[in-house]
Design a protein. Structure first.
Length: 163
């Protein structure tokens, strides 16, 4: 690896999920130069597949449940009977996707605003085994975002190289 092809960071964080995003942000705010590498979506599992979409759909199910029980609470739904309350799954899904996109892009914008944090979209992978104390290699693919350069983590905690 030619050292001129390397780009150095104090820390390289793989994954912009619940763990990686806040970690990169905290290190960046503390003055570390950080590369944060994400292969799919900023926000990780929680925002994109886990907490946010499931709880959004559960919220719709709860509204349907309560609407069916409206009369028990003394609420009239304009003549609609409990058995007539229907769930429009396409609309539920649309609402879910809208929220997910909004949380994802909000997270991405927040990370992009943090000074010292460089968000790179691509697959990270280790490219070499540990070579000694505080010195280990790993990597990625920054094919599009980063022109395939190797990333190199310098001294603060451990050294990392990525390509
Ligand atoms: C269906 C479901 C519902 C859930 N509901 C809840 C809930 O209600 N409340 C709750 O607290 N938790 C919930 N969870 C759990 C929650 O999603 C996880 O605890 C949380 O996402 C873990 O965060 P993380 O940062 O460790 O991993 P992740 O959020 O999975 O983030 C890892 C990130 O790393 C990226 N990545 C991985 N490998 C690479 C690589 N080689 N190069 C580049 N990027 C890479 C991934 O693309 C991903 O974005 C739920 C999970 C699921 C599946």
């Amino acid at each position: 690896m030619n050292s001129s092809e390397r780009e150095s960071f104090d820390a390289i964080v793989i994954g912009a999920g619940q763990a990686g995003g806040p970690l990169a942000g905290t290190l960046g705010k503390a003055g570390w130069q950080v590369a944060l590498i994400e292969r799919e979506h900023v926000g990780g599992t929680c925002v994109n597949e886990g907490c946010t979409p499931t709880k959004t759909m559960v919220a719709s199910a709860r509204v349907a449940h309560l609407a069916r029980r409206a009369a028990d609470y003394g609420v009239q739904l304009g003549g609609v009977q409990a058995g007539e309350v229907a769930v429009d799954l396409a609309r539920v899904r649309e609402r879910t996707q809208k929220l997910v996109k909004s949380f994802r892009s909000g997270s991405q914008r927040s990370l992009e605003k943090v000074e010292n944090v460089t968000l790179l979209l691509g697959e990270a992978r280790f490219v070499s085994p540990p070579r000694g104390r505080g010195d280990f290699g790993w990597g990625r693919q920054q094919a599009h975002a980063h022109g395939g350069k190797d990333l190199y983590q310098r001294g603060r905690a451990a050294r990392v190289a990525a390509n």
